[in-house]
Design a protein around this ligand. Structure first.
Ligand SMILES: [Zn+2]
Length: 663
């Protein structure tokens, strides 16, 4: 069996060194752009080579996170970055954007890519499709999965899986969070998350932190995770200190080596390094309840301050050096490290007229490995007597040989990127999703497609004649397919034509029922290549990301945009209502510090969708969005309110309440 990889975060150089010194098998870090932790002190393209070489010299793999959604205009620069990282020998890129992934594979087919947790993979179909269609060799699974789901998805010969085993939890399923974008304009999908889930909210009479999850730790489930079939165990924390990284990696290395769970002392050390009132394993074990919640208290912060800040220096790796310096011949230097041997040639050695160099003179220059990860363990210098060669020549020879040791043999390409051709056959349509049949107003014939959730369609006893589309739940676990397929089968029998699909792992399943697929905004379409990829899967129409500005929308002519409605800002795997006001009604309101009311609805599988407090409203700005298809989201509006909104869009009326604009 392959060794399970321990993968550590490296937000800065000190953390990188701590991770290596304490036994990480691989590290991941971001560069100063295109990564989901842009507040961390990131590495740059200029200094990344040094970090890669450092990792490789110590037998550690280095992955770079390229895990944000990118706009069309950023893609040429992205490809330049990718080319340089390829050349410098990064072992894999961690990618969230399907368009970005398709471009990387188009130009660098042998560059290994891993699907970021931001790609929202939570079932086997998702992992398989990303592997087959985009060439992802590894998939980082959603943090919400339980042990059984992890085992099921990990059982594959085609791809490997990676799971988070320690560190922060997001309240929303990753890649499905618009909260930070909606509440302050900082996009989580673009690496700018302001963590609104850590703020206080009240619900009913309860005040507290119903969206703040404790950090996870699976350190008490070592045997189970080692037997789960996953290839890599990831520690979260690119924003965290080197003390945290070093201390956490050290304990995890020990546990994995001994195949045993953490004891009390180790758990307390892990907690002191960083926790939010202790740890949770709720998603892994399936014990999803309010004990999963926690905030970082003063006591937690004090405990972290007491942790010793070690200044760690890495031990140097021994290397074999042999040199040949013969008069009239080119100087020659061979380095051997692990399985690799390289030979560099330098200036010609000359006969000294007077003051020839001694063996010691030569040695002094050749063993200067000061700033490198190496020291010379075995030295073999063969030389004529009476030679002379400049010190600078010897230095150059040494540097050239070290350079060769890190040579990857890969070359960046010159790439001229052209935008994919838009599908001009696509007409403009109007679509809407309603929460219930009762909510659908008389004037719903304004829409070409009226969606309700597959579950509502299946369960409702009301007259469904106005409905011609079903919407899949945002998350469907493998074990839930039988239930969802039952719903789809019924809808197919009833003559439903369209399906609004939320996730990469739903496409194959939905196709079997013959529905025409429309990709929901949850696919995070930020660029034309993501759309092109979906087109290639025979999905012609999609609702592009609501994060796009009017200017950025121009590349998506006739495609759908959300023209009205409260945006779903989170999908939570844990029912917020159940643990607070109770989930009998299946709906409620979270109130934020400013008094804004966030409609919260319990859906399929007790997952919640939390909506923004104000709707997107463009009725009086319809000219701005006339080149696109329009999608309306109705959440807590009554049927009569929905009726008025549709009339307002027909007549171009301004709104009379708080709204959000597409800017
Ligand atoms: Zn619920």
């Amino acid at each position: 069996m392959k060794k399970t990889e321990l993968l550590a975060p490296a937000g800065d150089k000190a953390a990188l060194i701590s991770a290596i010194a304490n036994g990480a098998d691989a590290v991941y870090f971001g560069l100063d752009i295109f990564n989901a932790r842009i507040r961390a002190e990131n590495f740059t393209l200029e200094n990344v080579e040094e970090q890669i070489n450092l990792c490789h010299a110590h037998g550690v793999k280095a992955y770079v996170t390229l895990n944000t959604q990118l706009y069309n205009k950023e893609l040429p620069l992205m490809l330049e970055y990718v080319g340089k990282l390829y050349e410098k020998g990064i072992d894999a890129l961690i990618v969230a954007d399907f368009g970005v992934a398709s471009l990387i594979k188009r130009y660098y087919p042998d560059f290994e890519i891993h699907a970021s947790t931001q790609a929202s993979v939570h079932n086997k179909n998702g992992a398989e499709l990303l592997n087959k269609e985009l060439g992802f060799s590894r998939v980082v699974l959603a943090r919400e999965l339980d042990k059984g789901s992890i085992e099921y998805i990990s059982n594959s010969d085609e791809y490997e899986t990676e799971i988070f085993v320690h560190g922060a939890h997001c309240m929303s399923v990753s890649g499905q969070c618009l909260a930070s974008f909606c509440m302050g304009g900082r996009s989580g999908n673009r690496g700018e998350c302001a963590q609104p889930c850590r703020l206080p909210y009240s619900i009913g009479k309860e005040k507290g932190y119903p969206l703040s999850l404790k950090d996870m730790s699976l350190s008490t489930h070592i045997e189970e995770i080692l037997n789960s079939g996953t290839a890599s165990l990831k520690i979260e924390g690119r924003m965290k200190s080197s003390t945290y990284v070093g201390g956490t990696v050290k304990i995890w290395r020990e546990l994995l080596g001994k195949k045993r769970s953490a004891n009390k002392q180790e758990l307390s050390t892990l907690g002191a390094l960083f926790s939010r009132g202790g740890f949770t394993d709720g998603y892994f074990t399936g014990n999803i309840n309010k004990t999963m919640l926690g905030v970082r208290s003063d006591k937690d912060k004090e405990a972290s301050l007491l942790q010793e800040k070690e200044v760690i220096e890495l031990d140097k790796e021994g290397i074999c050096l042999s040199a040949e310096l013969y008069i009239g011949k080119k100087s020659k230097l061979t380095l051997t490290y692990m399985e690799k041997s390289v030979t560099a040639y330098g200036d010609v050695v000359e006969r000294a007229n007077n003051a020839p160099m001694s063996y010691e003179d030569v040695k002094k220059n050749l063993i200067k490995f000061g700033s490198t990860p190496f020291y010379v363990q075995d030295l073999d210098i063969k030389m004529d007597e009476e030679i002379i060669i400049k010190n600078s020549s010897l230095n150059a020879l040494r540097r050239a040989s070290i350079q060769m040791l890190f040579e990857t043999g890969r070359k960046a390409k010159e790439i001229t990127l052209e935008k994919p051709k838009a599908d001009t056959s696509l007409g403009k349509i109007k679509t809407a999703i309603f929460e219930s049949i009762e909510q659908i107003p008389e004037n719903s014939d304004y829409f070409d497609i009226v969606f309700i959730s597959a579950e509502e369609y299946f369960c409702s006893q009301s007259d469904k004649s106005r409905v011609n589309g079903i919407a899949l739940p945002p998350v469907v676990l493998d074990k839930e397919w039988s239930e969802v397929e039952k719903m789809m089968s019924y809808a197919q029998y009833e003559g439903i034509k369209y399906a609004l699909v939320s996730n990469i792992g739903q496409i194959e399943r939905v196709k079997k029922f013959g529905f025409e697929i429309i990709a929901d905004f949850r696919f995070n379409i930020f660029n034309s290549y993501t759309l092109e990829f979906l087109n290639g899967l025979n999905i012609k129409r999609a609702i592009v990301s609501p994060e796009l500005s009017l200017a950025q929308l121009r590349d998506f002519k006739n495609q759908s945009i959300i023209a009205y409605g409260k945006l779903p800002v989170m999908v939570t795997h844990k029912c917020v209502l159940k643990d607070t006001v109770g989930c009998k009604a299946g709906k409620g309101y979270l109130k934020d510090r400013q008094g804004a009311m966030l409609y919260t609805r319990c859906e399929f599988g007790h997952r919640n969708v939390i909506y923004n407090s104000v709707p997107i409203y463009m009725a009086d700005k319809i000219k701005d969005i006339e080149n696109y298809s329009h999608h309306f989201i109705f959440s807590d509006e009554s049927a009569s309110e929905a009726y008025k909104i549709i009339e307002a869009y027909k007549k171009g009326q301004p709104a009379n309440t708080g709204i959000k604009r597409i800017k």
